[in-house]
Design a protein around this ligand. Structure first.
Ligand code: SAM
Length: 276
């Protein structure tokens, strides 16, 4: 069931069923990032992934760093003041509104996630400073049309003006048969020219054997996980104009400081594109 929260309603979160007996991607990611919002099944699956990919925690951090660099670029050079962050994750360091509002205090962010634990923590995302605003919608990416017309979104974002859409480490949790490309396209089509989309996605082509082991572990934990090839990830951007350096390993996307010695060490594809 969809539920929206903005600053005025942030105190009225009803109790939610966290389903702590099965692993959740948000909590497993939190475990890799060193957070405290995770339970034994999340940690057990997180460790099974780590067995196949020993550097998985570094990869999670590199993915998170990309989010920071991309949002900083959008709020800075690109002049974006509104963000739609789908697949938000459990609040942690460098949430989208914190990064954007550090650059431009009036930035507005709508967060969307389908995990009840993210809903339970949504209040931590409602701490805008200055003239900025944040709101949260508990919804599934599969309901992209409903997200776009949700009153919480339309009260917070003006879709006639450019938006920075982030789909960071979320599309791999949507199976091919649920058409992640079509869902992303519905969101992208609704945005004004001059909007941007930032995407990261685990790549199947970095280490196919390790990825196959991780997919198998995910299946045993009842979690959908679909690593994709660079071409499959590039398709998400459609005809939008890719910013330099294109679709690249996440560590190679405009790194802060010195370029990494081996950018393929984190198995995520990444890119940012602009709607013409
Ligand atoms: C790996 S975390 C990524 C968090 C954050 N975007 C980042 O990169 O740091 C994936 C998040 O996507 C959420 N998610 C998974 N499937 C989703 C769906 N179909 N619709 C909305 N959110 C989803 C999960 O609950 C989780 O919080």
């Amino acid at each position: 069931m969809r539920r929206g929260l903005d600053e005025s309603a942030a105190d009225s979160v009803e109790p939610v069923d966290l389903r702590v007996g099965i692993p959740h991607s948000a909590r497993m990611y939190d475990y890799w990032l060193g957070g405290k919002t995770n339970f034994p099944p999340d940690r057990a699956l997180g460790e099974a992934f780590e067995e196949a990919i020993p550097s998985i925690k570094v990869m999670a951090r590199e993915n998170r760093r990309f989010l920071g660099r991309a949002v900083r670029h959008l709020a800075g050079e690109a002049g974006i003041r509104q963000f739609l962050d789908i697949g938000t994750g459990i609040p942690t360091e460098g949430n989208t509104h914190e990064v954007a509002q550090a650059v431009a205090a009036d930035s507005r962010v709508v967060y969307v996630d389908n995990d009840p634990i993210v809903l339970a923590h949504a209040r931590a995302l409602m701490d805008s400073t200055g003239s900025g605003r944040t709101a949260y919608i508990h919804a599934d990416l599969l309901e992209s049309e409903a997200i776009l017309t949700d009153p919480v979104l339309t009260r917070t974002l003006d879709l006639s003006r450019p938006v920075g859409l982030t789909l960071v480490a979320v599309l791999m949790l949507v199976a091919d048969e649920d058409d992640p490309w079509g869902r992303a396209r519905i969101l992208m089509d609704a945005l004004a020219p001059g909007s941007y989309v930032a995407i990261t996605h685990p790549g199947r082509d970095f280490d196919p054997i390790a990825m196959a082991a991780v997919v198998e572990a995910a299946g045993k934990g009842q979690m959908t996980l679909v690593p994709r090839t660079r071409d499959e990830v590039a398709r998400f951007f459609g005809d939008w104009e890719l910013l330099e350096p294109g679709v690249v390993p996440v560590m190679a996307w405009r790194p802060d400081g010195e370029p990494p010695a081996d950018p393929t060490a984190a198995y995520y594809w990444s890119g940012v594109a602009r709607k013409r």
